[in-house]
Ligand binder design. Structure first.
Ligand code: NAD
Ligand code: UD1
Length: 332
């Protein structure tokens, strides 16, 4: 079975490519390298011993998407490609709507033309917005995200739902990721943030390696175990495995949370990271970050019951592999 992986040289995409190759799928990657590097392909080869076909195409160019499908026999698509920085999206909303939505429209238009009707889409827990009941289940009412990035995820979910309504011969799975962290055990692939990291784990990594002086903890007056924000962190390799489960069960329209079901506070993450890696993470309590919510964690039950997805890597493993990748790759 040949799977087209869009955004396959990116953080989650590259780990999913490894998972697919290890399970003998034929993989074709398309990525415009706007947020990843070509050397990821060598690293994938080092890990798996397998070469993948790669196209440096922008999915916003429909003629290139056409070419891709004309040149390859594709059975299913896993669609990771997109811009993902929340803060940047508020400054460049048009770029985010244009890139994320147009690339998806081109992709599904060309898929339809070629009678390829199987797609898995990278959505996000951000589509739930602020909830007051936990764990969060897939059937909860969605609240419109406050930033353009989050809105692109919600709008694309709606586009794909409408597509299915119009033609139920499509098989569409929307995967709502919680907070992916960690890296492949080899330390060869992982997350390489652009500039100052927005997200917690990449920031902690840079404090650990001395690139940044201290972590700013955004608020300690939330209604949580220690006042700091609680999230559902999931190891990126478990997340990658979730795509394999979804692909094996791709039938009809389905939505799954990919999370562990455990919530950890910022300070719990800091403590675990320090203990596991034997490093000190200096931090300072700072004001709340605009748009942040106090708590967010998934019910992983539907994904377990219906597609057999279960996480096997714990928080210690997430912290260990994050630091391992950082030491090897993101030099001062
Ligand atoms: P990433 O930036 O590492 O990977 C995305 C890849 O898409 C990059 O390699 C980029 O070069 C490519 N790309 C972007 N626009 C493109 C275009 N028009 N044509 C071709 N390639 C293009 O991001 P990631 O963390 O691996 O995230 C993958 C997907 O998962 C994204 O859609 C993201 O929004 C979603 N997601 C990520 C998180 C997270 O915390 N990382 C959480 C929820 C959802
Ligand atoms: C972020 C995105 C969200 C996306 C999710 C999953 C924002 C505002 N939201 O959410 O759209 O779906 O990632 O990838 O970026 N924190 C600090 N100091 C830091 C960084 C973070 O204290 O320097 C805290 C935050 O306040 C939060 C927790 O750490 O409580 C996790 O933050 P982050 O990694 O940015 O993820 P989310 O806020 O869950």
């Amino acid at each position: 079975m040949a799977v087209l992986i869009t955004g396959g040289t990116g953080y989650i995409g590259s780990h999913t490519v490894v998972e697919m190759l290890n399970n003998d799928y034929e993989v074709i990657i398309v990525d415009n390298l706007s947020n990843s590097k070509i050397d990821v392909l060598d690293k994938i080869y080092k890990i798996t011993g397998k070469k993948v076909k790669f196209y440096q195409y922008d999915l916003c160019d429909e003629t290139l998407v056409d070419k891709l499908f004309n040149e390859n026999k594709i059975d299913a698509v896993i669609h990771f490609a997109g811009l993902k920085a929340v803060g940047e999206s508020t400054m460049k909303p048009i770029e985010y709507y244009y890139n994320n939505i147009l690339s998806t429209l081109n992709l599904i238009k060309v898929m339809k033309k070629n009678d390829v009707k199987k797609i898995i889409f990278s959505s996000s827990a951000t589509v739930y917005g602020k909830q007051d009941k936990f764990p969060i289940e897939e059937g909860f009412k969605l609240n419109e995200p406050t930033n353009p990035y989050g809105k692109t995820k919600l709008y694309i979910e709606n586009i794909l739902k409408d597509l299915y309504k119009s033609d139920s011969s499509w098989d569409i799975t929307l995967l709502r990721y919680f907070n992916p962290i960690g890296a492949h055990e080899s330390g060869l692939i992982g997350e390489v943030p652009n500039g100052i990291p927005n997200n917690l784990m990449p920031y902690i990594n840079q404090v650990a390696t001395g690139k940044r002086e201290k972590l700013f903890v955004f608020g300690n007056d939330y209604d949580t175990v220690d006042g700091t924000g609680v999230r559902d962190y999931i190891h990126v390799c478990d997340l990658a495995y979730g795509h394999l489960c979804a692909l094996k069960h791709l039938k009809g329209l389905n939505i799954y949370n990919l999370g562990t079901g455990n919530g950890y506070s910022v300070l719990e993450i800091v403590k675990a990271y320090e203990r596991v890696n034997n490093v000190k993470i200096k931090y300072e309590i700072a004001p709340r970050r605009e748009g942040d919510i106090d708590t967010c964690y998934a019910s992983p039950k539907k994904a377990e019951d219906e597609i057999g997805f279960k996480c096997t890597r714990d928080l210690d493993e997430m912290c260990r592999s994050s630091y391992n990748f950082e030491k090897k790759n993101n030099k001062l």
